[in-house]
Design a protein around this ligand. Sequence first.
Ligand SMILES: [Zn+2]
Length: 423
Amino acid sequence: MASDQREVDLIISGAAEVATPRGETARGGAALGELDITEDGALAVDGGLIVAVGRASDLRRAWRGRRELDAGGGILVPGFVDAHTHPVFAGTREEEFEMRVAGASYLEIAGAGGGIVSSVKGVRGASAEELLAALLLRLDRFLALGTTTIEAKTGYGLSPKEEMKCLEVIAAADAIHAVDLVPTFLGAHDFPLEYRDSDADRQRYVDLLVEEMIPAVAASGLARYCDVFTEAHVFNLDQTRRILGRASELGLGLRLHVDQLTPLGGAELAAELGAASADHLEYISDQGIQALGEAGVVPVLCPLVPLYLGQDKEAPGRALVKAGLAPALATDFNPGSCYTQSMGEVLTFSALRFGFSAAEALTAATLNAACSLDLGQRIGSLEPGKAADILVLDLPGHRHLTYEFGRNPVRSVVKAGAVVLGG
Ligand SMILES: [Zn+2]
């Protein structure tokens, strides 16, 4: 009876299916591929939260929407959570891309003064206002591609003042844009040119990070995580341990770029430090896989990066899942090694590279990514009580999430209960 219906802000119906992982913790092993599928599904949203999920006919008996959104026979899935991005930069690096496809390696380009160093020049030469304007445009694109939350790293400032400028830009963007940004301090992305002449110089930059930059960042409250690019040509294991040890003491969560270009044992270090995530992992060892599993670290996989860098070595995505781990997926959006913001492409390439099913890829790109950011209680699945971050996709079923690529299927985006795109 109509009088029994409760009025809510929004009802989304007309969907071929609602497809979502369940729960508040990262799903690993066989559970990675367990989705809840509701055919002819609908969602009721009120006060920014999901209040009901079910078949449209059942849901309509209980709820009446002040606003209705027709999914047009598409599917409803949680907003994508991109667990690894470098979105604060000025200027692009298309010349390097051309060098690389012509045969130069990432390390050769870095050695020739390109790579991260050229983006540092760009950030230092840009005002906070210019960086913010560029970031807001990128957030519009993330949203248009269905990403409703991103982890956002600094790392192209590499000085106390410039890194703080980037953190302030991230906070400003988070305050005004629908996309949520989770800020990560990546002052240890590379050594700035002024600290590269000798090992002693490089050690002085580590001192600066530990004694000045990390305490200032922690005191500012502008970062939730601290990250290090642990690699043979940048920060070694001892330096990483010192930097992240300090960050942890001061209350920051830990993320690491590890075992991407060489096998250094970075995954083992991420486990030892109790990191929230260990990212890349192309060269992870068997011991590293075991250590991440025992420590409950989320592996964040970026399957487009080796493709973009022209590298043959892939992260062992399937082996990680077989070992029971709960991987997240990410673009690694940045101006050098992966210039894309599309989680849609990441999903397809997780299938092609790791053998992930569409269900596994969706869980990794939503709930597991949210859990790597300590947001599993709020976002990452379509369940009552979670924030209403919802995509309406022009796809006939969830298997098309990996099957089709190269077309953006996003029809509408709902963020925290508001229809922010389409509708
Ligand atoms: Zn990265």
